[in-house]
Every structure is written in C-alpha cells, then in structure tokens.
Write a protein that binds this ligand. Structure first.
Ligand code: HEC
Ligand code: HEC
Ligand code: HEC
Length: 349
C-alpha cells in the first residue's frame, strides 16, 4: 500500500493532539529555577542567532561618530547594566537566575555584526527578558547603542565610568538628580558631533514642556524616557528652573565658512521658492515666544539629528511641535548640514 496524503494529515493531527495533551497534563515545568535541558538551551540560542541573522539581512549600517558614545554609555548604565553588569559592576545576583540569565556581554559582542546587534537592541529577544528599545521610531538611538557596544569589549572600569558620566543611579534628592542629568548634559562633556543637547540658556517654559513631552511619550526618546522615570511634575519643573538659570558654555566652532554662510542665508531668509521659512523668524529672538527653543551654540550633531527626525516625522515634541514639523518638511540633507553648522557656530548671546 502506498503512503497517501491522508496518512500525513492523520499523523500531523495526532502530533498536535499529543502536544496539547502533554502541555495540558502540566508535566512541563514553567518554573525558571530548574533551568532548561541542555538540548533546549542549545536549541533556543541557536534559533535566536538564526532569527537575528535573518532579520539583519539588508540592514544599512550608518556611520558611527564619537558623539554617539556618551549618551549610549549613560543609558547603558541606567538601562542595561542592571541585567548585563558593566566593566564597573559585576552582574547583579538577582538576574543570574533569570532563564536564560542575561550574559556578560564582553566576549559576546565580537560574535555579532553591527546589523545583528542593531536587531537585538532595537527589537529585544522574545521569551528571554531582553527588552526592545523603550520607544518605537528611534532607530538613531539604537544605532548609537550599537556604536557603544562595539567599543564595549575594550573598556575597563575607568574608561567606562568616564564615558558614562558616572554618578550612580537616580535618587530623589535634587542635587543627586541634577548630577545624573549632567552626566550627559554638562557643557564640558559635549563636542561638535554630540547628539545630546545643552540645556543651559533654554527657557524654563521650553525645558519643562520638553520634559513633559518625554514623560507623556509625545516626544519619543528611549534615553530620556529612562533618564526621567520616577520623577514627578514638581521634580521636572524644578529641573527646568535649575537648568534654565545656568549660563551657557562655549560654542563649538565649525570650520567650513562656506557651509556656515549658506546656513545663515537660509536661517535669515528661508527659501520661499522651496517653501522653507526663515528659522530666525521663530528661533533665538530676544522677544521670542519662550516655548520656542534656542538653537545658537547647540552642538551641530544634535541640531542635525533633530532636524532629520522632524523630516522623518519621528521627532514629536511639546504643544507647538506642529509649527516645527511644517517648517522643516521641505528641508534637504544639505540644508540640514548647513543650518546645523550655522547655528552651532552662532554666538549664543
Ligand atoms: C531585564 C534584563 C535585560 C535588560 C534590561 C537588557 N538585557 Fe540584553 N539580554 C538579556 C537576556 C536574558 C539576554 C539573552 C538572550 C538569549 O541568550 O537568547 C540578552 C541578550 C543580549 C545581547 C545578545 C548577547 C548574546 O550573544 O546572547 C545583547 C547584545 C544585549 N542583550 C544587549 C543589551 C543592551 C544594549 C541593553 C540595554 C539597552 C540590554 N541588553 C538590556 C536581558 C536583558
Ligand atoms: C543617558 C544620557 C542622558 C541623561 C542621564 C539625561 N539626558 Fe536629557 N537628553 C539626552 C539626549 C540624548 C537627549 C536628546 C533626546 C532626543 O533625541 O529627543 C536629551 C534631551 C533632553 C532635553 C530636551 C532639550 C531640547 O533642547 O529639546 C531636556 C530638557 C533634557 N534632556 C533634560 C534632562 C534632565 C533634566 C535630565 C536629568 C533628570 C536628563 N536630561 C538626563 C541624554 C540624557
Ligand atoms: C513657526 C515657527 C518656527 C519656525 C519658522 C521654525 N521653527 Fe524650529 N521649532 C519651532 C518650535 C515651536 C519648536 C519646538 C518643538 C517642540 O519640541 O515642541 C522647534 C524646534 C526646533 C528644533 C529642536 C531644538 C531642540 O532643542 O530640540 C530645531 C533644531 C529647530 N527647531 C530648527 C529649525 C530650523 C533650522 C528652522 C528653519 C528651517 C526652524 N526651526 C524654523 C518653531 C519654528
């Protein structure tokens, strides 16, 4: 007798029924304490590597810059070290009994490509506790983390602390909180290609609006969402007041006069033919609306990144974000570079 398709269907149905029967019987433990069988362990990890490899196919890897590292390192300290440990801290005992236990990353990073690390950081790993990036739509933040992970295996405790702006974790005492903010935002930690903004000289109104926007999620940033978690509205207002009162540090100069000049023209006059408004009609006016941020003296890397986010429709923001979304919709990449160079070099007073 030939084995017909009916036999296969019959077998498949019997298989599914048996699987349900075994699951229903409850003999599979779901407790994490007993661990997986060696074979299950091997299989799950193999399946995870295969799935990451496939998902990473065709991913375009952007250029990495030094400016990506400090904010990613600071976020690693707050959002990742609690599970993976860090060069400055062994893995906490509480997580060593997770199943699977979060591994020490030092030896593992070199086994992944940039595109694969991006998949892991952006999407997390299902069934393991490895979380996805805290917000959607911020691939640029996940890429900054990948740039940092590449550097990670070579970091000792001291190098890691220096990069992460180490000041321990948040506590409710205001000066301790300000210390954690300055771990990323202090003017002396920022360079021309930083993706982290300066806060000083911004109005209290704008800073408070921005913090509220991160809290509500109308301005998505995984890094800032984690940095302010646990703070209430009064804390945010106090922080906005604190940073608005500070004087602004030095401006990061840009070399290329021609590019700066092009940025200046756009900022002052806009380009009516391409429906780009004059930026200075809203920004950096002495009698301007305090809800509009100041741009002069901000790192060029930050300005350019925010403009790209606006153009891509991912920036979000506070109550007036729609104005800026409209103002930026026709900007091209060269405009963005020129405008960022101009505002970074423009004296902040
Ligand atoms: C709640 C705990 C937890 C947190 C927080 C966490 N991870 Fe993980 N991570 C895990 C676990 C568990 C795995 C193991 C997954 C596996 O082996 O299938 C993992 C795996 C990884 C891997 C792959 C390592 C390998 O080769 O198996 C990388 C890279 C990684 N995490 C990076 C990060 C980064 C970066 C952050 C912070 C943005 C982070 N993780 C936050 C639990 C965590
Ligand atoms: C781990 C690094 C890190 C820490 C810690 C951190 N920030 Fe930030 N902050 C950033 C980055 C990166 C951005 C830009 C995020 C984006 O793309 O929207 C940012 C943006 C901001 C903005 C928006 C400014 C603007 O010009 O729009 C404010 C306000 C702010 N942070 C305040 C704070 C305060 C207050 C604290 C302390 C409670 C803090 N940050 C802690 C990295 C950090
Ligand atoms: C109609 C008024 C208006 C015009 C014109 C305008 N902007 Fe804005 N811009 C805003 C507002 C309002 C925000 C704050 C959005 C938010 O976060 O809620 C903003 C935010 C920004 C930010 C983010 C700053 C930060 O600290 O995160 C940048 C960068 C920026 N604008 C650049 C420009 C440039 C460059 C131009 C000219 C092409 C321009 N803007 C034209 C109103 C305007």
């Amino acid at each position: 007798m030939l084995i017909g398709w009916r036999h296969f269907v019959g077998l498949a149905i019997a298989g599914v029924a048996a699987a349900f029967l075994i699951a229903w019987s409850g003999i599979f433990g779901i407790g994490a304490s007993s661990g997986h069988w060696k074979a299950t362990d091997w299989f799950l990890h193999w399946a995870m590597r295969a799935s990451v490899r496939t998902a990473a196919l065709g991913t375009e890897v952007p250029a990495f810059s030094e400016g990506m590292l400090p904010m990613a390192a600071g976020h690693f300290e707050r959002g990742c070290a609690i599970c993976h440990g860090s060069p400055a801290m062994a893995r906490p005992h509480s997580v060593r009994h997770m199943l699977p236990a979060p591994p020490d990353l030092k030896g593992l990073i070199p086994t992944w490509s940039d595109a694969e690390l991006f998949q892991i950081v952006q999407h997390g790993v299902r069934f393991t506790g490895m979380p996805a990036w805290p917000v959607a739509g911020r691939e640029d933040e996940a890429w900054a983390m990948v740039a940092f992970l590449r550097r990670y295996p070579a970091l000792d405790a001291e190098g890691y602390r220096a990069l992460a702006g180490f000041s321990g974790n948040q506590s409710q005492a205001m000066d301790r909180i300000v210390g954690t903010c300055n771990g990323c935002h202090a003017a002396e930690r920022l360079g021309p290609d930083s993706l982290t903004p300066r806060l000083a000289w911004q109005s209290e109104t704008y800073l408070a609006d921005a913090l509220a926007a991160y809290d509500k999620g109308t301005r998505p940033s995984g890094i800032m969402a984690v940095a302010i978690q646990g703070l209430n509205e009064a804390d945010r207002q106090a922080l906005a007041r604190h940073f608005a009162g500070e004087t602004r540090g030095n401006v990061s100069p840009d070399e290329d006069e021609q590019i700066i000049e092009r940025g200046k023209m756009l900022a002052m006059q806009g380009d009516p033919a391409r429906r780009i408004p004059a930026c200075l009609s809203c920004h950096d006016k002495t009698d301007g609306n305090p809800a509009y941020p100041r741009l002069s003296g901000q790192p060029g890397g930050y300005i350019a990144n925010q403009l790209r986010l606006f153009v891509a429709g991912n920036r979000g923001g506070g109550p007036f974000q729609a104005l800026m979304a409209r103002a930026s919709e026709n900007l091209e990449e060269d405009d963005i570079v020129a405008l960022a160079s101009y505002f970074a070099a423009r004296p902040s007073k």
